[in-house]
Write a protein that binds this ligand. Sequence first.
Ligand SMILES: Cc1cc2nc3c(=O)[nH]c(=O)nc-3n(C[C@H](O)[C@H](O)[C@H](O)COP(=O)(O)OP(=O)(O)OC[C@H]3O[C@@H](n4cnc5c(N)ncnc54)[C@H](O)[C@@H]3O)c2cc1C
Length: 411
Amino acid sequence: MSTHALPPSFDNTALAFQYKSDPELKKARFLFKVMSNPMLVQLGTRLTPWSIRMGLPVKGLIRSTIFSQFIGGETLEQTIPVAAKLGSFQVKVILDYGVEGKQGEHFYDQARDEFVRVIDFAATQPNIPFISIKLTGLARFELLEELHRKMVVINKPLLERYELALNQLSPALLNEWGRVCSRMEKICFHATAKKIAVALDAEETWIQEPLDALCAIMMELCNKKSPFVYNTYQLYRTDRLEFLQAMQQLASSRGYISGAKLVRGAYMEKERKRATQLGYTSPINPNKEATDKLYNSALRFCIQHINHFGIVVASHNEQSCLLAFNLLIEQGLPSNHPHIHWSQLYGMSDNITFNLAAAGCSVSKYLPFGPIEDVVPYLMRRAQENTSVKGQTGRELGLIQKELVRRAHSA
Ligand SMILES: Cc1cc2nc3c(=O)[nH]c(=O)nc-3n(C[C@H](O)[C@H](O)[C@H](O)COP(=O)(O)OP(=O)(O)OC[C@H]3O[C@@H](n4cnc5c(N)ncnc54)[C@H](O)[C@@H]3O)c2cc1C
């Protein structure tokens, strides 16, 4: 194992954009400029899903713009050259079958089979150690909501409230939930057998309880020796640091390694709006500083207990990514410790990904794939994120511009 005591510099744009040609970089600059305009994004995020539903001929335009920036391809096969290119720069891949919003048992079974295919493919590749899954791709949203509602009112530890809530489900719902569990088991067991890790995405707070419970059960079954199953912790939630600590205690008491993917959280506006509408206290921190503080505390906690955790630093925040690196060095641990991994979304924050890779860290791009109509919700989130997150677009644009100038001068 190599140790890299020198922290990476995220300002090195030559490294950050080495995989992009000049025309590709100019296209990225154009896209980020468009996304920095809130009016255009608002219009686009309304019109795009509608145009697709109406069957208007917009797919070509989407494919050559926002889709190619943020998505690996329409099929698993189309991600092969993208993953290979990233691999040639020591960047790994978390493959994400990005289908969202499909309802029905048939679609859930189809999604399970596609995840198994993704795992089989990942196992043949040198740089795809993870896949990502969403439970809403395998289960009916209303079923998750119902189970969540029953769990959240029980004041007991996670797995106890899960068992008690299950006892209150009707036989039909219990059966339906049984099918969800089998799909999840099939995916997690297959992945573990193939030595591929599975990261379960965190979603809306009003369905999260059953996701957490099922994930804890899978971790106990799959993470005895190495972390293969990861839950996602959204640190924009006021309660998640405490929950992360409780999950670590559960893992220690039951003799398994806790997989923890740390994110800030993607549904802030939706969460706050719902809390206001229904008149309950928002589960989200009052401000960005509070979220940053909790995120970094969670990171500290995980790295202090690194032998008991598999950690994914899933963030575009330079301070947090650097903090993780520095905490390892402080503890005398190598920056490529097998229990820590960094990840950024494909199409964003290349300066973090490629500079961490060059510093010897295990780092990936989170690479979604799927038919255009199915990945539209994901794309709309990216467009909104790049407009609403203060500084994100400005930072991307500034870095791209800096690299274009550097290339022009060195030509
Ligand atoms: C690899 C990867 C996987 C991801 N998986 C998931 C997932 O499973 N589930 C999920 O929900 N998200 C997921 N995300 C998205 C993530 O939650 C964030 O939305 C996104 O990464 C931006 O946060 P940041 O840490 O990168 O950086 P920053 O730009 O520093 O932080 C922005 C984030 O801070 C928080 N924030 C901003 N303003 C405020 C405020 N006023 N008050 C309180 N908090 C505020 C919000 O969470 C916002 O998204 C993932 C991100 C990555 C990179």
